[in-house]
Ligand binder design. Structure first.
Ligand code: ZN
Length: 414
C-alpha cells in the first residue's frame, strides 16, 4: 500500500520530527534550540526532548553560547561530525570520483580517476571499490555510516539495478546496491546523476531559503533532469522521472535508442553538438568534443552558429520543464554548461522569456551550475546523508541503556 494511504502513529511522527530538525540543523549549521523551534513550528519542549536524544546519541553537540533571536544568550548546537563520515561515489562514462564527507555534506577528501574506453562495468566497479577502500584507510577514526552512489544511467530502484548506460557494457547485470552493501557493510543509496546533482544544488545553495521546487537539467552525453520538491526527489514509479532527454521536440525527428522519435537529447547533448560540428566541417577534420569546445571558445563562426542552435533546442526543453513543474529555480549543468556559460544562459533566457506566460517568467530563475562535475559526488553523499537523517535512530540509538546514560552528559533546557 502506498505511504500516503497509511496513517501516522506516535513513532512515525517522532521520526518525522527528528528528520525535520536534523535537516534544519544541517541548513543552519550552528543554531540555538529556539531557532529550531521557530523554524520547525514545533513546541520548545518537543525540540528540547529530541535534541537531548540527539546529544545522548552523539549525533548533536553543544558548542558554546550564541545570541538568540530575542537577544537572549542561548546554547549553540551543531551536528557532531567528530567520529562519523559518509561515503560518496560518482561513476561516469569516462571517469569516477570517490569521496568521504561529514554529515553536513562537506568533503573530507575526494579522489578522481579515469575510466579507459572499453572497460566493462565489472572492471570499473572493481577499481572504484579498491579506490574507496584506500580512501577509507586515511580516516581510521571515522565510523562510516552510509554510502551514496551517483550513476549515469536510469536506475531502477525497485530492481536495484542500472537500466542502461550508453557506451558501457554490463551495468544491467550487476546488482550494484547489493554488492556495495556486502563489501562495505553499510546501507547504500543509489541515484542517477541528475537526481544526485539536483540534491547537491538544493543543499549547497547559498540562498538562505531553499526553493520549494528546483529542477536541475544535466546536459552531457545525455540529457536528464532531477526534480526536488520540498527537499525530496520526485522519482516516479521505478525511478525514471525526469528523463526529459527522451521527450519529443520534433515528431518527425529521427528514431532514438529509447524507441521514441525526435528526442530532446538528440538535439542538444554533447554528442549532438559534436556530431553537428563534424557534419558542417567535414571533410576537413573529425573533431572530438574537447576540440569542438575550443572552436566555440575561439568564437569560430560556424561552430558558434551550431552552439546557438543547441542552446535553442535546449531552451525548448527548459520551457517544457517550466510548464511541467513550475519550479522556482532551473539550473543547467554538466559538460555543456562549462563551454560558454554566460552566452548560453543569455540565449536560453531570451528564448524562454518569449515562450512562457509572463507571470511564470517573472517567478522562475534560470541559472547555470557553478559546481563543477563533482556536484554529483557531493550529491551522492547527500543521498547517503538523507538515508541516515530519515531514520536517525537506526544509526545512532544504541539501545544500551547504560551507555546512553553515560553519553547523556549534558541535559540542558532552552
Ligand atoms: Zn529517446
Amino acid at each position: 500500500m502506498k505511504e500516503t494511504m497509511r496513517g501516522y502513529n506516535q513513532g512515525n511522527i517522532q521520526n518525522m520530527n527528528r528528520t525535520l530538525l536534523l535537516n534544519l540543523l544541517r541548513r543552519e549549521k550552528v543554531c540555538a534550540r529556539t531557532t529550531l523551534a521557530e523554524r520547525s513550528g514545533l513546541k520548545q519542549a518537543t525540540v528540547t526532548h529530541i535534541v537531548n536524544d540527539f546529544i545522548a546519541w552523539g549525533l548533536v553537540r553543544e558548542i558554546g553560547f550564541m545570541t538568540g533571536s530575542k537577544g537572549r544568550r542561548s546554547i549553540a548546537i551543531s551536528i557532531n561530525n567528530d567520529d562519523v563520515a559518509v561515503a560518496g561515489i560518482r561513476i561516469a562514462r569516462k571517469n569516477y570520483s570517490v569521496g568521504l564527507f561529514n554529515l553536513c555534506g562537506e568533503a573530507l577528501m575526494i579522489k578522481r580517476g579515469r575510466i579507459s574506453t572499453g572497460q566493462s562495468a565489472r572492471e570499473i566497479l572493481d577499481i572504484v571499490i579498491e579506490q574507496m577502500d584506500k580512501l577509507i584507510q586515511n580516516f581510521p577514526d571515522k565510523k562510516l555510516l552510509a554510502l551514496g552512489v551517483s550513476i549515469p544511467g536510469p536506475y531502477n530502484f525497485r530492481k536495484g539495478r542500472i537500466s542502461l548506460v550508453t557506451g558501457v557494457k554490463g551495468w544491467s547485470e550487476i546488482a550494484l546496491k547489493e554488492e556495495l552493501n556486502v563489501h562495505f557493510h553499510i546501507p547504500v543509496a543509489v541515484e542517477e546523476h541528475a537526481n544526485a546533482a539536483a540534491m547537491a544544488q538544493y543543499w549547497y545553495s547559498k540562498d538562505k531559503n531553499e526553493p520549494d521546487v528546483l529542477v536541475y537539467i544535466a546536459v552531457g552525453q545525455g540529457v536528464g533532469a532531477g526534480i526536488v520538491s520540498d527537499g525530496v526527489l520526485l522519482k516516479g514509479d521505478t525511478g525514471s522521472a525526469g528523463e526529459i532527454g527522451h521527450t519529443t521536440i520534433d515528431i518527425h525527428g529521427p528514431r532514438c535508442s529509447c524507441g521514441n522519435y525526435g528526442c530532446l537529447e538528440m538535439y542538444c547533448s554533447t554528442i549532438a553538438l559534436t556530431k553537428r560540428v563534424n557534419e558542417v566541417y567535414q571533410p576537413e577534420k573529425e573533431f572530438d568534443f574537447q576540440e569542438v569546445v575550443l572552436l566555440i571558445k575561439k568564437k569560430e563562426p560556424r561552430a558558434m552558429d551550431i552552439f546557438y542552435e543547441i542552446c535553442d533546442y535546449l531552451s525548448v526543453g527548459v520551457v517544457n520543464v517550466i510548464n511541467s513543474f513550475n519550479p522556482q529555480v532551473v539550473i543547467i549543468g554538466d559538460e555543456i554548461c562549462h563551454i560558454e556559460p554566460e552566452l548560453m544562459l543569455e540565449r536560453i533566457k531570451a528564448n524562454v522569456k518569449e515562450r512562457v506566460v509572463p507571470q511564470i517568467w517573472e517567478t522562475t530563475k534560470i541559472k547555470m551550475s557553478v559546481i563543477e562535475q563533482d556536484s554529483m559526488v557531493h550529491g551522492a553523499a547527500i543521498v547517503a546523508i538523507d538515508e541516515i537523517f530519515d531514520n536517525p535512530s537506526d544509526y545512532f540509538e544504541t539501545g544500551d541503556a547504560e551507555e546512553m546514560k553515560n553519553r547523556f552528559y549534558n541535559q540542558h533546557f532552552i
